[in-house]
Design a protein around this ligand. Structure first.
Ligand code: AMP
Length: 282
């Protein structure tokens, strides 16, 4: 039977008890409105742990004042059913007041790689992410944690934070799970208008095309990216926030084309901003 814990103290006591019983705790942090992308991460941690904990928390601290906190889709009962059917043992489902009580003052910041890509257009976003994930680590005490490549920058930031703060947990990166037409699964996809939903696979097609051209030896990456922006803006009603290539996971600019290259984009549609990426191994 799946258990839902809403209190920090109860979750911490449960985690402590599991550790005393020598159980390995696997952790999947989410904002809920679950889809196959989230559930694939459950499958990954289950292979490495005895007890799987999923957090469901739409974290206000990672949303800017004009972003979609209120529009973010939520359906806890459906999430609980899906999580149970996939083998999650415990859902941690706190309220914002429990995570950020009056007088809350402490923040976790990762330098440099939070300033680029999504960090450039969402100031403060990654500070909200790293802070809540640190809090969740202290509450759930996981032996391993799985994050999705869908949010590649977030994964790089959290992997860096785990290393720099000596967090004693194993980091697992899961591949991007996509709809049949190639659109990366996202809880936010329900906020696309019907016509936008039809156009949205262009995002992945563009990334794949750029990746293939680089693999084939094309070295003028900037001109490929510029052409990519043009084709997305001519084939969809979206506006490109960024389409960039960087080294992964440092997120530094590319100096020579070797190692892992992240090609990432964000596109604004009417009610939703979508992100997607591809990692090319050179
Ligand atoms: P979210 O609920 O959007 O904050 O996502 C929770 C976790 O699921 C993050 O680690 C995401 O990267 C991951 N995730 C979201 N969508 C996908 C996807 N389509 N494929 C793989 N992982 C995903």
């Amino acid at each position: 039977m799946i258990r839902t814990l809403k209190s920090v103290r109860e979750m911490q006591e449960t985690a402590e008890k599991l550790r005393l019983e020598a159980k390995r705790i696997g952790f999947v942090p989410t904002m809920g409105y679950l889809h196959e992308g989230h559930l694939s991460l459950v499958d990954l941690v289950r292979t490495k742990s005895d007890v799987t904990v999923m957090s469901i928390f739409v974290n206000p601290a990672q949303f800017g004042p004009h972003e979609d906190l209120d529009k973010y889709p939520r359906d806890f009962e459906r999430d609980e059913m899906l999580a149970a059917s996939r083998g999650v043992d415990i859902i941690f489902y706190p309220t914002p007041e429990m995570m950020y009580p009056a007088g809350y003052k402490t923040w976790v910041d990762v330098d440099d790689l939070t300033e680029v890509l999504c960090g450039a257009s969402r100031p403060g976003h990654f500070r909200g992410v790293t802070t809540v994930v640190t809090k969740l680590f202290n509450i759930i005490k996981p032996h391993c944690v799985a994050l999705g490549q869908k949010d590649a920058q977030q994964a790089a930031v959290i992997e860096t934070m785990i290393r720099d703060l000596n967090v004693d947990t194993e980091f697992i990166l899961g591949p991007i799970v996509r709809e049949i037409d190639g659109l990366a699964m996202s809880s936010r996809n329900v906020n696309l208008l019907p016509d936008e939903r039809k156009e949205a696979p262009v995002l992945q097609q563009t990334l794949k095309e750029i990746a293939k051209t680089i693999k084939n030896g094309h070295i003028d990456i900037q001109s490929l990216l510029n052409a990519g922006i043009q084709s997305i803006e001519s084939m969809t009603s979206g506006r490109v926030d960024y389409l960039e290539a960087r080294c992964y996971p440092s997120l530094e600019p590319i100096e020579n084309i070797s190692g892992k290259l992240l090609i990432a984009l964000a596109v604004y549609f009417k009610n939703v901003r979508l992100i997607d990426n591809v990692i090319v191994k050179m």
